[in-house]
Write a protein that binds this ligand. Structure first.
Ligand code: M6R
Length: 609
């Protein structure tokens, strides 16, 4: 969840660290700090609050030095405070450590250190024990001390370490938390994610689990857990700095919402061959493999989980395979039935969500075939899967996931169509027809985006309403869930989603005058039933915004306001109906003065359990 940056070279380290951290603030933003070595001194500055607090301090009291590490934090152990911020140091202020992840046995290590040395702990963090542990093992060789310290640690971590007695190197190690190294000329970089380094280099090494890295000005060496040097291919980043910048938009979220026509188009078009058939480049599942599969699990978290819920309907419909969808943090603890006939589909924008990764490993251990839908190339989920479908949405920076979601839906459609045709549950004619309908979607998304003012009007009227319900039937329920999550995470409104048919079993008791209800009624075969549900909440005083397919005007007589989505197959509406909901959340959050891209208590990449 936290952001890590390191620099060693000829330039002033603070500038590069602050710039890199500003690109990583989405990983955590409750405090920030740096440690710089200069003239045999280790200078540490760290503050509670946004990166700007640290920046301001450094502006007033510059720190010189060409080697340093920096961190933005998302608190796990210990509240956000100056003292709990990273970097953490040993008692004599020689060694500084930054850390992303959780040291699960830190209490045990703490106790042990207190017994074997006269250490004093300053913070409540798990990270501080790492600094003292390295210090305990330090006998003039930082790499050796880090190796010995890591042997004692359990949990997930990416760690960067500097030591003032060895001012020519940064030592880093990774286990279950992302870590990359940027390759420069006469300088090298460390980071938890590519955007931090894009301004300086496009050539990176992706560090694997249990690997150690030693960076000097001129060299990068990667070692495995047995201290043997390993060779790694250079990974060339193909996307540009602009796509990780705001590009004139007020927030990343609205920029990313507007990138959805492009994202969904690329996801589809790049995988259509000369005959217009789907060609799944990273997926090697054959007809025999498919016939061998009798169960599909789709496992993910948050928005990616909602994409999985839609994916279930599409795969069951086109490929006629039974699908179960589960929340990753629940899946692994419920002893699911998995064997070599199971296809496990992991969905993750970042590819680093620890719950999803852990569920994937559990499924793999029991013989399942692992297919992942991932946005970040080379991420852990992608690397640990047998087959990968990259969604190519481009970097998603806003905490609220938008373009990753619609590209995941596009991916599910393509996978389901491919499976259906391969298995013979879908005729070639229907398959071709559906690909044609998929091709229409990017323009239809654009049509909806062009009507943003309609949504803005609703947002301006409803932004103070503290009670919001989303309801729908069929695929619309899954989009209701996604709409509700989007609204609550960025506007802090207490909203929730319900299958409209369930209303009368309890929830309708909460509907009263001016309760804001968003009713999705895009499914042709369930349309009449939704009209009845809308009447039920209207009769209790609700204010209803309906989302319906065009040419269904009678809904206007019942709802207070209707947003129409362009006509498409029932199975494909999800990609369209979510757009007004994303816009609505965005404009409501803006009207409420919320920090849209960095909502409170959240982080973009959730690399802790
Ligand atoms: O990177 P992932 O797709 O694995 O992330 C999963 C969730 O943490 C993520 O979708 C989260 O729910 C978003 N903030 C929702 O907008």
């Amino acid at each position: 969840m936290c952001g890590i940056v390191g620099y060693i070279g000829e330039k002033q380290a603070t500038n590069i660290l602050i710039d890199g951290l500003s690109k990583l603030e989405y990983r955590g933003y409750d405090s920030a700090g740096v440690a710089i070595i200069n003239n045999n001194k280790l200078n540490v500055r760290k503050f509670k609050g946004r990166l700007s607090v640290l920046e301001e301090d450094l502006r007033q009291n510059e720190i010189q030095g060409n080697i340093g590490i920096g961190h933005t934090r998302w608190a796990t152990h210990g509240e956000p405070s100056d003292v709990n911020s990273h970097p953490h140091t040993n008692c004599t202020n020689d060694i500084a450590v930054i850390h992303n992840g959780i040291i699960e046995n830190y209490m045990k290590i703490k106790k042990w250190l207190e017994e074997v040395s006269d250490v004093t702990f300053k913070s409540e963090t798990d990270t501080e024990v790492i600094a003292h542990l390295i210090d305990y093992f330090y006998e003039g060789d930082l790499v050796d001390a880090v190796y010995k310290a890591v042997e004692k640690m359990e949990g997930a971590y990416a760690i960067g370490v500097v030591c003032k007695k060895e001012p020519d190197k940064i030592v880093a190690v990774r286990k279950d938390s992302p870590l990359i190294v940027g390759i420069g000329k006469g300088e090298n970089f460390l980071a938890s994610d590519i955007p931090a380094l894009l301004k300086y280099t496009r050539e990176v090494y992706l560090i694997e689990n249990d690997e150690f890295v030693v960076l000097t000005k001129e060299d990068i060496k990667i070692f495995n857990e047995f201290r043997q040097e390993v060779k790694r291919d250079v990974f060339k980043v193909t996307w540009d700095v602009e796509s990780a910048e705001k590009d004139g938009y007020e927030h990343f979220m609205i920029k990313e919402i507007n990138e959805q026509p492009k994202g969904t188009k690329e996801t589809l078009q790049r995988r259509l061959d000369d005959n217009g058939d789907i060609y799944l480049d990273g997926i090697k599942i054959t007809k025999e493999d498919l016939e061998n599969i009798n169960k599909v699990y789709i496992v993910a978290c948050g928005t990616a989980y909602h994409a999985g819920l839609v994916g279930r309907s599409i795969i069951e419909k086109y490929a006629r395979i039974s699908v179960e969808v589960d929340i990753a943090s629940e899946f692994r603890y419920r002893n699911p039935i998995i064997d070599e006939h199971t296809l496990f589909i992991a969905v993750s924008q970042s590819g680093e969500t620890l719950d999803t990764l852990a569920a994937l490993r559990e499924a793999k251990k029991h013989g399942a075939r692992i297919l992942s839908l991932v946005n970040v190339v080379g991420s852990s989920v992608a690397r640990e899967s047998h087959d990968v479908f990259y969604t190519w949405a481009g970097p998603e920076i806003a905490v609220a996931s938008t373009k990753a979601f619609t590209t995941q839906l596009m991916a599910f459609n393509m996978i389901a169509l491919h499976m259906g045709l391969t298995k013979g549950t879908l005729t070639k004619e229907r398959y071709t027809n559906l690909i044609g309908r998929l091709k229409e979607l990017p323009n239809k998304i654009q049509t909806l985006l062009d009507q943003y003012e309609l949504i803005q009007e609703v947002a301006d009227k409803q932004f103070n309403n503290e009670k919001v319900f989303f309801m729908g039937r069929g695929i619309d329920v899954e989009i209701a869930k996604e709409g509700s999550l989007k609204l609550k995470e960025i506007s802090y409104i207490n909203s929730f989603a319900i299958a409209a048919g369930e209303l009368k079993h309890g929830t309708i008791a909460l509907i009263e005058d001016e309760t804001f209800v968003i009713a999705l009624a895009t499914q042709d075969r369930l349309y009449e039933k939704m009209l009845s549900n809308i009447k039920e909440v209207k009769a209790r005083g609700a204010h209803v915004l309906a989302i319906a397919k065009e040419n269904n005007e009678e809904i206007e007589k019942i709802a207070d306001k209707v947003i129409y989505i362009p006509e498409t197959e029932d199975e494909l509406t999800a990609i369209l109906s979510v757009i007004p909901l994303q816009l609505l959340s965005y404009y409501i959050a803006v009207a409420r003065g919320c920090d849209v891209d960095k909502p409170r208590n959240l982080a973009k990449s959730v690399t802790v359990e």
